[in-house]
Design a protein around this ligand. Structure first.
Ligand code: AMP
Ligand code: TRP
Length: 327
């Protein structure tokens, strides 16, 4: 029986943080290791062109992101791991999708609104049509399940609509994908826990999975728990959620009970939480260091991944070109 297809992507915009990890990447590794799916994971460098980043930083970060995914457990022998721009069909299909996507649908996208507010001086057309490219990523491989964090659900819904718009206009062809969400679809910022943890808020807001134990503790100490600005309980809930996933069950239960009866000591919670997070990623940190010094081997894996992805993408594009009347 043909396996169901998984596709997901991550932008090469910074080191992986615990939000990416709990919301998406951990799930990718679990899905891959279940052996039940045909998995595609992509470092979506074309998407990253819509943001503010220098060419030099982007170039560095593309390989670093691939390294971090491998160190976190994505196995290039089991999954098709590739760099989006190595498979040019992504942009070709995105263009076709641009021509069937109503402007009004794109105008509803909350990520577009958020990012436009954050990069006021760079509200480019690519930022606006970004979801059409994401639909192309997904539909090129006829993916069934898309493991993502909560912030991407709206885009996956748009990919479902894109499949329908295409099928209605040109004939039944694409399958509608579905988002797969983890138990922690939205990890919050340490400093502003009403917002999602995101690199774009600033370094102190996120814990990178490559952070040293000292850095983790330093950032954790500044995490909002006290009742400033009404964020208090959201902040504590976020830390408890992290403890639930990185710590021992007993430890989590004790702190959760202490939080309820008011005896909780935030300093202790932060200390313990920092330790369990640092421990959880100790082998990741070692593997990452090792891989960063073996660029050639990584490049080989990515080249092989792109070849595998391209074979599928080319077939889809041959069909699509015919269906829309270009061939
Ligand atoms: P990005 O770094 O924006 O490309 O995101 C990569 C993946 O991580 C996507 O599936 C996001 O939905 C997910 N993600 C990013 N930030 C968070 C967060 N704070 N909590 C949960 N998932 C997240
Ligand atoms: N837009 C996603 C993000 O910012 C990344 C992404 C691009 C993606 N293409 C995708 C995720 C296709 C899932 C499927 O996180």
């Amino acid at each position: 029986m043909k396996k169901k297809i998984i596709f997901s992507g991550i932008q090469p915009t910074g080191n992986l943080h615990i939000g990416n990890y709990l919301g998406a990447v951990k799930n990718w590794v679990d899905l891959q290791n279940s052996g039940e799916y045909d998995c595609y994971f992509s470092v979506v460098d074309y998407h990253s062109l819509t943001g503010d980043m220098s060419a030099h930083d982007r170039h560095d970060q593309i390989i670093r992101t691939a390294v971090e995914l491998i160190a976190a457990g994505i196995d290039p022998e089991k999954s098709t791991l590739f760099i989006q721009s190595h498979v040019a069909e992504h942009t070709e299909l995105a263009w076709i999708f641009n021509t069937i996507t109503p402007m009004a649908e794109l105008e509803r996208m909350t990520q577009f609104k958020d990012k436009s507010a954050r990069q006021e001086k760079n509200i480019n057309a690519g930022l606006f049509t970004y979801p059409a490219l994401m639909s192309a990523d997904i539909l090129l491989y006829h993916a069934n399940h898309i493991p993502v964090g909560e912030d991407q659900i709206q885009h996956v819904e748009l990919a479902r609509s894109t499949a329908r718009w295409f099928n209605n206009k040109y004939g039944e062809y694409f399958t509608e994908p579905e988002a797969l969400i983890t138990e922690v679809p939205r990890v919050k910022s340490l400093l502003e826990p009403t917002k999602k943890m995101s690199k774009s808020l600033g370094a102190g807001h996120v814990i990178e999975i490559s952070d040293s134990p000292e850095v983790i503790l330093k950032k954790m100490k500044k995490a909002v728990t006290a009742s400033e600005g009404g964020d208090a309980s959201v902040g504590v809930e976020n830390l408890l959620l992290l403890l639930k996933h990185f710590g021992l069950e007993k430890q989590y239960k004790e702190y959760a009970a202490a939080q309820k009866d008011g005896s909780i000591r935030y300093g202790d919670l932060k200390q313990d939480l920092s330790e369990v997070i640092a421990d959880h990623f100790s082998s990741f940190r070692e593997k990452r260091e090792e891989l960063l010094s073996h660029h050639d081997a990584i490049a080989d894996h990515l080249f092989a991944g792109a070849k595998k992805a391209q074979a599928v993408a080319q077939k889809t594009m041959e069909d699509v070109r015919k269906m829309v009347g270009l061939r």
